[in-house]
Design a binder for this molecule. Structure first.
Ligand SMILES: Nc1ncnc2c1ncn2[C@@H]1O[C@H](COP(=O)(O)OP(=O)(O)OP(=O)(O)O)[C@@H](O)[C@H]1O
Ligand SMILES: [Mg+2]
Length: 299
């Protein structure tokens, strides 16, 4: 068996819970003994509702948050305890392209920062910036533009180009499309699929939206309160979810095909909001005994 691109073993992260006086009164287990591996060239989708620990895992992989316990091995090298340096092998794209780009820098200046930091020869940087913009399907003259002159989708393309500047092997995408319109989301995903093939990238794709993963990820893991409650081949998880929470996550995403409609468990959804798993579970348990669910409206 070849070496996986990413291996996470028994990874945990606890945060202290403090009272109003700053005294530690407990701890929250944001990530609880998570293990997963991603083979080279594969896309692994990590799904879970808000607060389930997705970003905390991403930040630990990138060396931005030290784990409480466990190990993270990128391309055969442990990155734990290296003081916030995951090296150039892994790069991350964040949810909000608006705030991850410096508003006072042109696109070209933003792209030259990682190039300079990694010693890319000065006289070749302009050429490389053009190449990076082409990779994300933006015109070369975009290097003169400022972030406020770009649409959300274009900003996210620039953020992807910046992540690619140092030729990483692993891209960690933390909700890369959730701030974008649905039509733009699909185009950004298409771009990522294309880049993955062309550049032989491995992806950890984080989203609360399981339906987005269906065509993109070969494997998915479902995170619930810091734990992976279900993992495996994407088609298998979609067609035959084993865990209640996975079914609930599938039920709470918009239906896009007849096939998916059939897979939907019969759970009433709450008007105008994305229900939390707890609400859905409560609803479901309630629905077994009574027909009425009206009291949940507006909660
Ligand atoms: N720096 C921190 N200090 C204290 N608690 C934190 C910190 N970062 C995250 N947490 C807590 O850890 C848990 C997991 O948070 P995390 O941001 O990883 O969730 P998430 O799955 O990315 O959610 P979202 O979908 O909203 O982005 C939450 O309970 C959160 O409040
Ligand atoms: Mg997050």
């Amino acid at each position: 068996m070849t070496r996986p691109m990413l291996e996470i073993a028994d990874l945990s992260k606890s945060f202290p819970v403090r009272n109003a006086f700053g005294r530690t009164v407990g701890e929250v287990k944001a990530v609880d003994r998570v293990s997963l591996r991603i083979e080279r060239g594969c896309v692994y989708g990590l799904a879970g509702e808000s607060g389930s620990g997705k970003s905390t895992i991403a930040r630990m992989i990138m060396g931005l948050t030290p784990p409480t316990a466990g190990d993270i091995i990128i391309d055969g090298e442990s990155v734990v305890g290296r003081g916030g340096r995951s090296g150039v092998k892994a790069q991350m794209v964040f949810q909000n392209p608006g705030s991850s780009l410096n508003p006072r820098r042109t696109v070209g200046q933003s792209l030259s920062v990682p190039l300079a930091a990694h010693g890319h020869p000065r006289d070749d940087r302009q050429r490389r910036i053009g190449e990076l913009l082409e990779m994300v399907q933006l015109p070369a003259d975009f290097s003169q533009r400022f972030p406020h002159e770009l649409s959300g989708g274009q900003k996210q393309r620039v953020a992807i180009a910046r992540a690619l500047a140092v030729a990483p092997k692993l891209l960690v995408l933390d909700e890369p499309t959730s701030a974008l319109d649905v039509s733009v989301q699909a185009k950004v995903i298409d771009l990522l699929v294309d880049l993955g093939r062309r550049l032989d990238l491995t992806f950890l794709f984080i989203s609360h939206d399981l339906s987005l993963m269906r065509n993109f990820a070969q494997e998915v893991g479902v995170l619930y309160r810091g734990r992976i409650v279900e993992a495996g081949d994407t088609a298998r998880v979609f067609e035959n979810p084993q865990h209640d929470y996975t079914r609930l996550l599938l039920a709470s995403v918009p239906v896009i095909s007849e096939e998916e409609e059939r897979l939907r468990p019969a759970i009433p959804l709450i008007d105008g909001e994305i229900p939390t798993a707890e609400k859905l579970l409560a609803l479901r348990q309630g629905a077994a005994g009574t027909e009425t669910t009206t009291e949940v409206h507006g909660s």
